[in-house]
Ligand binder design. Structure first.
Ligand code: ADP
Ligand code: MG
Length: 474
């Protein structure tokens, strides 16, 4: 009568598609293959046991309605689970596949389950056990809310973090994106949220991962042909914390996979927490669709701590270490290190070490020395003008030449180096660097940075330029 597994399934799909979110459809229904139709039972092949469980948990009603519409009340659904090296089957509102049917498999029905005595144990690989694998949170309990001191500079981010920790997935702060400069507490706060959630909801799966590690894992999964497993793994998580998402810049494959994971988690009321060194508007080379997702929730900035906060962070550190330090020393350090809490801590740790090794009072002179050492690297924010001047001098040309439209190779290189150093040593955006160095656009600057990176690897002379110039800026 022309009713085939394919036709039944494609009608089901049309119905399902109208009733769920496009992303869910793509994730959970497009990978399914109809295999056969017999005795009013439709067999569909799914990529993994996890996949099957997911369908059963979330879409069984929908599937039932769809199939009943097509095949009537006696409709049955049979799942065939495609696995790495063995096959198993599960049947939910179905009966077991009659063994007589299995005897008559055609060659094209290779995926039809082969009965094994112990299908659960048969496959030691990935998917079947994935739900039982305890996912380690990778959280650092040393980073918690108790020792994340509050101040004007972090109040919004900190309270949003608390709100998320109290009700993961249940606030409008999803995703919560914490952004701010180096050493201002992004990683600390991200862990604190995770640690708090683990404390309040021990049964929830929390995972902290740096965007860099996430990227490595993804690349690995592509190599090993386990991309789906990778995605499924991440889709299992209740609270996903990804640190330093700016690392995903320009990595379109990883962005793509993260996009799917994100959508899935978000749709299912799972919490996503991200950190970045920039606000979403300033992120370069991150796909628009991903950026727009980042903006769905709340972006909260960690700003430079004000003087009072710096003093309390220092005092807290000393208190926890059981060390006393004269008030004027604390004051001196707090006044001179303003933009990086890691350096603030570094300086005080260095002072503590000095005082305990030498068994003597920390003097203001010593504090000056230590602070100088820490501040040197950050304090002198070089300007783009200064960079252009230094690069032009180095190549014995004037700034106007460096900025000119000429395509002469040595001038182009000088210009690209100026752009490269401007990116490296200032906080200016690519667009602003471009407009200051000869009115170029951000793509030109980006290209310049990449070219310099490449040449640095391949061209010895060029590497020398970079080394010489770097010295001039530090
Ligand atoms: P980021 O990830 O933004 O570069 P981190 O989270 O690594 O910064 O923080 C740098 C250091 O400063 C860490 O040791 C962290 O514990 C400390 N720190 C940052 N913010 C605070 C805060 N509000 N209270 C106490 N310590 C803080
Ligand atoms: Mg960090």
């Amino acid at each position: 009568m022309g009713v085939t597994a394919n036709s039944v399934w494609s009608n089901c799909l049309a119905f399902i598609k109208d009733n769920i979110q496009p992303q869910a459809f793509k994730t959970w229904f497009e990978p399914i293959k109809p295999i056969k139709l017999s005795d009013n039972a439709l067999s569909i092949q799914v990529p993994s046991k996890f996949f099957y469980e997911w369908l059963e948990e979330h879409y069984v009603k929908l599937l039932k309605v769809a199939l009943t519409k097509e095949l009537g009340d006696t409709a049955k659904l049979v799942y065939i689970i495609r696995m790495e090296n063995t096959y198993g089957n599960k049947e939910p509102f179905t009966e077991k596949i009659p063994s007589t049917n299995r005897g008559s498999m055609g060659p094209q029905e290779m995926d039809v389950p082969v009965k094994s005595k112990n299908p659960e144990l048969k496959n030691p690989f990935v998917i079947p056990g994935i739900r039982n694998i305890k996912i380690e949170s990778q959280l650092n309990p040393g980073y918690n809310f108790d020792n994340f001191l509050e101040g004007d500079s972090n109040r919004l981010a900190r309270s949003a973090g608390m709100a998320v920790a109290n009700k993961p997935g249940g606030t409008s702060f999803n995703p919560l994106l914490v952004f701010g400069g180096v050493g201002l507490g992004k990683t600390h706060l991200a862990h604190a949220i995770g640690v708090e959630i683990k404390d309040k909801y021990p049964e929830r799966t929390v995972l902290y991962i740096s965007a860099e590690k996430f990227t490595q894992q993804y690349i690995e999964s592509v190599k090993k042909n386990t991309r789906n497993d990778f995605i499924h793994f991440y889709q299992l998580i209740d609270v996903l914390i990804i640190d330093d998402v700016q690392f995903l810049s320009g990595k379109s494959g990883t962005q793509d996979v993260f996009f799917h994971i994100f959508n899935h988690l978000h749709q299912n009321g799972k919490q996503v927490i991200l950190t970045s060194d920039k606000a979403p508007v300033d992120m370069q080379d991150i796909e628009q669709r991903l950026l727009s997702r980042f903006k769905w929730g709340l972006s909260a900035e960690l700003q430079n701590p004000d003087y009072e906060t710096r003093v309390s962070i220092l005092k807290n550190k000393l208190y926890r270490d059981g060390v006393e330090m004269p008030e004027e020393i604390i004051d001196y350090v707090a006044k001179h290190i303003k933009t990086n809490i890691r350096e603030l801590e570094g300086a005080i740790i260095s002072l503590i070490a000095q005082s305990s090794f030498n068994k003597k009072e920390v003097t203001i002179e010593l504090a000056q020395l230590v602070v100088e050492k820490f501040v040197k690297n950050t304090k002198r924010e070089v300007s783009i003008d200064y960079i252009q001047k230094v690069v032009s001098d180095y190549f014995e040309m004037d700034v106007a030449t460096l900025q000119s439209k000429t395509r002469k190779r040595h001038i182009v290189q000088a210009r690209q180096l100026a752009m490269f150093f401007a990116k490296k040593f200032t906080k200016a955006s690519l667009a602003s660097i471009g407009s200051q160095i000869g009115k170029r656009d951000h793509a030109t600057v980006l290209h310049a940075c990449k070219t310099v990176d490449n040449l640095a690897e391949t061209d010895k002379q060029f590497r020398k330029y970079i080394e010489d110039l770097t010295k001039k800026f530090s």
